[in-house]
Design a protein around this ligand. Structure first.
Ligand SMILES: NC(=O)c1ccc[n+]([C@@H]2O[C@H](COP(=O)([O-])OP(=O)(O)OC[C@H]3O[C@@H](n4cnc5c(N)ncnc54)[C@H](O)[C@@H]3O)[C@@H](O)[C@H]2O)c1
Length: 243
């Protein structure tokens, strides 16, 4: 896969799957803009890429702040003239019971894991459509497909929403040459899951996945090999859930 000349934006680029997307895209020639509410983390990923000879920039962005999304996307368009790839990796999870989900917990989850990806996509699609080209990958979760395994109803609802959102964006943005797909990971070894009690005996492949095993599939979806895929949800879960 070759991403030379491509401009890629990765939300949640400071950590886990997002970081792995940044490193891998840069290694294959893309200019990577890592955005994250953890500004130092995003800048550290960009520095790592630059040390290896790649092109990257790390920026602060909290995806719940819609005004800030616009400022950052305008900045990227002014500086790089285009955006070819958007990976919506920023997210949080929650281990919480039905009884404990307050309105605040509900809204916080839906804002970060569903509303944020929509408004980032909306802003980026406005740029992509000028070049009649774009690849967007949203992060779902096995939880959104099976009703959760160890996580709360708020996370499950947000991630199930991502699958529908992806299909809607895929249909509406197809006319602009933009493909939009979901990748739904299972148990992946990252910061997010370090304190979760994920029982790998449930996984046919017998282990957790790595960030790289998810980013490899994300890069496939951003590549020309996947040019006729749009609106799909690809499971990356070691067989934990089979459609
Ligand atoms: N790790 C897993 O097992 C797993 C499973 C299913 C789905 N996912 C999904 O994959 C995506 C990446 O998860 P990960 O495991 O790499 O997590 P992670 O915690 O390692 O990374 C998430 C990143 O998102 C950033 N972030 C969180 N809220 C943000 C906000 N409001 N604005 C900007 N940045 C924000 C964090 O700072 C962090 O850098 C998430 O959407 C997650 O729900 C992960």
């Amino acid at each position: 896969m070759d991403f030379k000349g491509k401009i890629a934006v990765v939300t949640g680029g400071a950590s886990g799957i997002g970081k792995s997307c940044c490193l891998s895209l840069a290694e294959k020639g893309a200019t990577v803009i890592a955005v994250d509410r953890n500004e130092n983390g995003a800048k550290a990923v960009a520095d790592e890429i630059k040390q290896k000879g790649g092109n990257a920039e790390g920026l602060s962005l909290d995806i719940v702040n819609i005004a800030q999304i616009k400022v950052i996307v305008d900045y990227i368009e002014n500086k790089y003239s285009r955006i070819d790839i958007l990976i919506n990796c920023a997210g949080i999870t929650d281990v919480i019971t039905i009884e404990d989900i307050t309105e605040t917990e509900w809204d916080r989850m839906l804002e970060i894991d569903l509303k944020g990806p929509f408004f980032v996509s909306q802003a980026v699609i406005n740029v992509m459509k000028k070049n009649n080209f774009g690849k967007i990958v949203n992060l779902g979760s096995v939880a959104g497909e099976v009703g959760g395994i160890v996580v709360g109803a708020n996370y499950v609802a947000a991630k199930a929403g991502i699958i529908g959102l992806t299909k809607s964006l895929a249909k509406s943005a197809a006319k602009y040459g933009i493909n939009v797909n979901t990748v739904s990971p299972g148990f992946i070894d990252t910061e997010m899951t370090k304190d979760l009690n994920q029982d790998v005996r449930m996984v046919p492949l017998g282990r957790k996945g790595t960030s790289e095993e998810v980013s490899d599939v994300i890069l496939f979806l951003c590549s020309d090999y996947a040019r006729y895929l749009t609106g799909v949800n690809l499971d990356v879960n070691g067989g934990l859930h089979m459609n």
